[in-house]
Design a protein around this ligand. Structure first.
Ligand SMILES: Cc1cc2nc3c(=O)[nH]c(=O)nc-3n(C[C@H](O)[C@H](O)[C@H](O)COP(=O)(O)O)c2cc1C
Length: 328
């Protein structure tokens, strides 16, 4: 790994993977609360959308969010260039989505469809580079299908086009999220490019992060779903890598406090009605493992009254034992 510009920016071996509808301003702020250095990433922002709308809560950031990468999606070089120009004032790095498997996205030639069109993908990297003085990175998968695993050549081509950092999800597009991420295959990419490579997929604990780093030989790991219900995970992995100590995950009591904070912050960002609705998707993760979780969740996801939600959460929060993480 020789790329000093990116290495100076990314001081941590763990990053937050982009997740549409999940890694919004609030969740990025929560992850940052615990991890001062990890690379944060926005959810993907459509370059078509940005061309029409310049004011959107998706791009909101705080001073302490650096280093932060803004991820854009699209397949039209001029729109990707404009998106990069616009985001240049916000971003420390601009990432291009080349891995999204969703039908609507790949039908539009965006996301993982770009892995079938490496020339266009390379053109996009160049167009984005022309629009920003920040490093440009790419995120992709192993390939479109098992028979089209072109991730090594694809990564090389993106590097040649000017990409300075790669995040790779160890699945193909055809897998969507099924099966498991193949971390061992990532090693082939790492050995064949010079830019830093972060491995991604199914890292949900300190142990899986260690295993992934060993198997992939990657420079770091990107964590997506693992932070659902536990915004401390990135910090705990970083802490282990720095000092060799495995911190316990937050207790239920701490998770409930984190959930209340998540709810309050989403309400501040989006207003009470939308904020309450937005947080519904997070309940199962924060209360997982609790007795009668399914029943409680089914009540929470329809409750519209803030005071009642807090009352239910407080009633769950009887176990006061904690690890101290929530107080950091
Ligand atoms: C709800 C959801 C939304 C996602 N949105 C994006 C996205 O906007 N951009 C992107 O590159 N990947 C996106 N991903 C993929 C993740 O970044 C990540 O590659 C994938 O979830 C595997 O990593 P994980 O097992 O750590 O979650 C999304 C995944 C999920 C579950």
């Amino acid at each position: 790994m020789q790329n000093n510009r990116v290495l100076n920016l990314i001081k941590s071996k763990v990053s937050l993977a982009p997740m549409a509808g999940i890694t919004d301003y609030v969740l990025r702020s929560m992850v940052r609360k615990y991890s001062p250095n990890c690379l944060l990433t926005t959810e993907m922002i459509s370059s078509e959308f940005l061309a029409q709308v310049k004011e959107t809560e998706i791009i909101k950031r705080d001073e302490n969010h650096s280093p932060i990468s803004y991820q854009i999606s699209g397949h039209k070089p001029h729109l990707m260039n404009s998106a990069a120009k616009f985001l240049n004032n916000y971003a420390d790095m601009i990432d291009i989505n080349m891995g999204c498997p969703v039908n609507k996205v790949v039908k539009g030639q965006d996301g993982c469809a770009l892995m079938r069109n490496p020339s266009l993908a390379a053109e996009l990297v160049k167009a984005v580079k022309d629009g920003t003085d920040k490093p440009v990175s790419v995120k992709f998968r192993l390939g479109y299908t098992f028979d089209e695993m072109n991730y090594v050549e694809f990564g090389q081509k993106m590097q040649e086009a000017g990409a300075e950092f790669i995040t790779i999800h160890g699945r193909t597009r055809s897998q969507f999220y099924s099966g498991s991420a193949d971390w061992k295959l990532i090693k082939e990419l790492k050995r064949n490019v010079d830019v830093p490579v972060f491995a991604n997929g199914d890292i949900t604990s300190i142990d899986t992060a260690i295993q992934c780093l060993e198997e992939s030989e990657a420079d770091g790991v990107a964590i997506g779903r693992g932070i659902l219900g536990d915004p401390t995970l990135i910090y705990r992995i970083e802490h282990y890598l720095a000092v060799g100590e495995k911190l316990e995950p937050p207790t239920l009591s701490e998770k409930i406090e984190m959930l209340k904070c998540h709810l309050d912050e989403e309400i501040s960002l989006r207003g009470i009605n939308i904020g309450i609705k937005f947080v519904r998707k997070f309940y199962p993760y924060y209360i997982a493992g609790i007795k009668n979780a399914a029943k409680i969740r089914s009540v929470l996801v329809v409750e519209e009254n803030y005071d009642k939600i807090i009352e239910i959460l407080n009633s769950l929060n009887e176990n006061k034992k904690n690890t101290g993480l929530a107080l950091l």
